[in-house]
Design a protein around this ligand. Structure first.
Ligand SMILES: Nc1ncnc2c1ncn2[C@@H]1O[C@H](COP(=O)(O)OP(=O)(O)OP(=O)(O)O)[C@@H](O)[C@H]1O
Length: 248
């Protein structure tokens, strides 16, 4: 099944075509990297897929459903999660509570009465949430830091907390914006392992070419708002058009 389809998407800012008739598809379970030089349109593409920006023309389909007119919140409810170039975590919450809060928004149902009486169903749900938090923290190598306040962490660890938050609810489509930025070498290896272990479809934008080549199944290369090449990393690495435009 196709997890994501971008069909003829164009975005312009004044006279600048940030995206021009961009089309590509990402099959379910694939890790797809979007690369390109500065100003190629990568962030704009992420904004269109996550719903922060409406394209002038074209469509975005998630799991076959046209979401072009849907808000970011609606897309999140449909299973899309995104991390940002600048990390977004709750500094005053612990690492564990950051992840727990990413699970909270569905609510446990039953309202105040259920809270007060701690109905068995409510307790089971709470236990399942806590278990999921531990699972995700372990996956991201954050278990030893579960009680640390996020604000006290260096940027690399905060980035992993943001990733853990994005993974908590088992997203169907995960968008990662510059995920290695701020990570040290060990954390970068951990990130690669986490992504490899996921069954989720991933779309990522990244400047670290070594990481991209090792992590992605498929690459889409943008230059000046246009797709100039796409294919597996081994082909992209040697593509003369890509080398001329980007890799040098
Ligand atoms: N809000 C905006 N207003 C005007 N022009 C914009 C805006 N956002 C992006 N652009 C322009 O659109 C083009 C694509 O920008 P975009 O940020 O999507 O590229 P990028 O590939 O993410 O670049 P980088 O790698 O530097 O983050 C650029 O020419 C940029 O100057």
């Amino acid at each position: 099944m196709t997890a994501l389809a971008v069909e003829g998407v164009s975005v312009s800012f004044g006279g600048v075509m940030a995206l021009s008739e961009v089309s590509f598809t990402v099959p379910e379970g694939q890790v797809c990297g979007v690369i390109g030089p500065n100003g190629a349109g990568k962030t704009t593409l992420f904004d269109v897929v996550s719903g922060l920006r409406r394209p002038r023309s074209g469509r975005v389909l998630v799991a076959g459903a046209d979401v072009t007119g849907d808000s970011p919140v609606r897309r999140a409810r449909a299973g899309l999660r995104r991390t940002f170039q600048r990390t977004q975590v709750f500094g005053r919450l612990t690492v564990a509570d950051n992840v727990l809060s990413a699970l909270e928004w569905r609510g446990g149902g039953g309202g105040l009465l259920a809270d007060l009486t701690a109905l068995p169903a409510r307790r089971r749900l709470e236990a399942a949430r806590r278990e999921r938090v531990s699972e995700v923290l372990e996956l991201c190598g954050l278990l030893p830091l579960r009680d640390a306040y996020a604000a006290a962490l260096p940027v690399g660890q905060r980035r992993l907390v943001e990733l853990a938050r994005a993974l908590a609810d088992r997203p169907s489509l995960l968008l990662l914006d510059e995920p290695t930025s701020g990570l040290d070498a060990d954390q970068t290896v951990r990130l690669r392992e986490v992504i490899a272990a996921l069954e989720t479809t991933v779309l990522l934008v990244e400047h670290d070419m070594g990481f991209v080549m090792d992590t992605c199944d498929h690459l889409v290369v943008l230059d000046l708002g246009k797709v100039i090449a796409e294919g597996p990393p081994s082909e992209i690495r040697t593509d003369p058009v890509v080398r001329a435009a980007y890799l040098g």
